[in-house]
Design a protein around this ligand. Sequence first.
Ligand code: ADP
Ligand code: MG
Length: 344
Amino acid sequence: MSSTIQKLSPRLANQIAAGEVVERPASVIKEVVENALDAGATRIEIDIEQAGVKLMRIKDNGKGIIKDELDLAISRHATSKIANLDDLENVQSMGFRGEALASIASVSKLLLTSKPESQEDAWSVLAKGQDMDTQIQPAAHPDGTTLEVTDLFFNTPARRKFLKTEKTEFNHIDEVFKRLALSRFDVSFHLRHNQKTIYALNVAHNQLEQERRIAQLLSKDLLQNAVVIHADDQGIELKGWVGLPTFSKAHASMQYFFVNGRVVRDKVVSHAIKQAYRDVLYHGRHPCYVLYLTMNPNMVDVNVHPTKHEVRFREQRAVHGFLFHHLHKALASVRPNAQIESQV
Ligand code: ADP
Ligand code: MG
């Protein structure tokens, strides 16, 4: 009998994996900006055309990739971020799966250009969705890395068909950008769409500058209707802005919760927040918040889902209790009448 089981070609394997990581242009932006953050960049510039479908160019001033590793960077399961299971349990980087660049390369035309400080010249590698037989070319680039992605899904028509209108795809990018820019006040972020500057955010050194960034990204109103929270006990820290009950929304739209710098959606977190607002919020209304939870990385498992939007806390009850207690306290500290007065 002839054999029926075959190994997937590397390209097909990558394209299948890409289905998990690269859903739309916004997912590319997320992965590539996370790489820039992991590389220690303090300035990240994003240029896109046609909501990223035609072009996405992300430039950073991070530590770069040496010439000999450019090929490796875009190959599957290649990462500089973890080497063993111990590393995985304590992972502090945004990435660690070594899948993003290989996935993106398999469904687009990708040009990766980089120059580490230690290297005299810049080099680039071009991949066009083919099996990874790539060529390294000399290039011009300052210290750092630029990733240029053109014609997303050019070789996967079925996926391309799933893309929505330019406006919708841009809205997804806008949301991803907001989350990233809110996650790191110590990094400057720029976004240009079809040659037009959408955001130009400088590094935010103090609370005032952080609030300016929040105002630019979300709304000024939130800050005028929020309490600042800062709680720290037993190795867990919670910081941020908690919207007043009077500033609630009909949809859960202005809710940003970061765990160790990573935006997450988590049942334990949502439940604790809901409980904290229970007595002060009208039924069916949703609170607004930008909150940062920081804890020892080994207290939280981030390897739950490829996009890493989900986490699993080792001590769920303790985290729930901590959040509820401090949010409840912060909300109780504002006299409801005083707030209503100040709104008139
Ligand atoms: P991961 O982030 O999970 O390691 P990626 O496929 O996203 O996997 O990236 C592969 C590797 O390429 C990274 O581990 C890193 O060493 C390198 N790399 C990617 N982007 C950058 C960048 N902007 N600056 C420096 N190194 C990068
Ligand atoms: Mg990555």
